[in-house]
Design a protein around this ligand. Structure first.
Ligand code: NAP
Length: 292
């Protein structure tokens, strides 16, 4: 069994990005600038945005964090997005989700200039991804592809079962794994909460990509020997013995499933760090496209 070490690979990617940024600086070029907008003070969202900003510093990007109160109206947020779209100094920006209920997420994501949409959530970019055109691939699926590639995991002709059909993970993952190319060329089954007999389906999988957010959902008896297991889930489970009062749990019963798997991602230290690295990669791409 091989651990797909997202922490290590993401560090490698950050070092590669830093080398490119250093070369840009040496040439007197503008370095990439990522902005992140966060509305409200959700603890998990703040942690994510802070680590994105920290990662920007680590690779030499400029970063701007824009914090708006949870009472922000849709109109105010749309105005902020317009400002960012028109700000030539910003190469890419993200709107941290989830947004408060008074704001229509779809409307907000549609307002982001596709050339600055480094999260890859705008319908234009999502459509380009589905059509195999160059685009910003959403960071989490992009990170999974990169992990599979760097560990040389064979995906061609394999049966990939994706659990969860969200717009940011499960759905794009199912499209990417079925595309012609590598990683890809898989036969994909996309499952969700209305899927019947899910265990019967997962036991036929060569590759399982789990993104539902239910701790220990994927159990050893749901997995065939030598399966590849990608655990996207991150759930904060209260634990009074933990320093922060909670522990992070994946969707997979790691202890037992890892005994059967050929490759497996841990939580934490698997897909999570890859997501941030690929956001940086998309921001570098955005800068390069603006330069051309
Ligand atoms: P989401 O929007 O809540 O979607 C969850 C999906 O799981 C839905 O499609 C839902 O089905 C399905 N589902 C729920 N219960 C199910 C069940 N019992 N059986 C089968 N399918 C079920 O979640 P998300 O945003 O994709 O995130 C999923 C998990 O990944 C969360 O833990 C999140 O924190 C984590 N995540 C991690 C990263 C990272 O960087 N590692 C990035 C993003 C998300 P329906 O469509 O039928 O409701």
């Amino acid at each position: 069994m091989t651990i797909l070490d997202g922490k290590k690979v993401s560090n490698d990617i950050k070092n590669e990005i830093k080398a490119e940024v250093d070369a840009m600086k040496a040439n007197g070029e503008k370095v990439p600038h990522l902005a992140a907008v966060i509305v409200g003070d959700d603890g998990a969202s703040l942690t994510y945005v802070n680590s994105k900003v920290k990662s920007c510093e680590r690779v030499g990007f400029e970063s701007t964090m824009i914090r708006l109160p949870h009472t922000t109206s849709e109109l105010e947020l749309l105005k902020k997005i317009k400002e960012l779209n028109n700000n030539d100094d910003i190469d890419g920006f993200i709107i941290q989700l989830p947004l408060p209920p008074q704001i229509d997420t779809q409307k907000v994501l549609m307002a982001v200039d596709p050339s600055k949409d480094v999260d890859g959530f705008h319908p234009e970019n999502f459509g380009r991804m589905a059509l195999d055109m160059s685009t910003f691939i959403p960071a989490t699926p992009f990170g999974i592809l990169e992990l599979l590639e760097r560990y040389n995991v064979d995906t061609k002709g394999k049966h990939t079962v994706v659990i969860g059909r969200s717009h940011i993970v499960g759905r794009p993952m199912s499209i990417l794994m079925s595309r012609k190319g590598w990683p890809g060329n898989s036969t994909v089954t996309l499952t969700h909460s209305s899927t019947k007999n899910i265990a019967q389906i997962t036991t036929q999988a060569d590759i399982i990509i789990s993104a539902l957010g239910v701790p220990d959902f994927v159990k050893a008896e749901m997995v065939r020997d030598d399966a590849v297991i990608i655990d996207v889930g991150i759930t904060r489970v209260p634990d009074e013995n933990a320093k922060r009062g909670y522990v992070l749990k994946g969707d997979v019963d790691f202890e037992n499933v890892s005994k059967k798997a050929s490759f497996i991602t841990p939580v934490p230290g698997g897909v999570g760090p890859m997501t941030i690295a690929m956001l940086l990669k998309n921001t570098l791409l955005a800068r390069e496209q603006r330069r051309e």
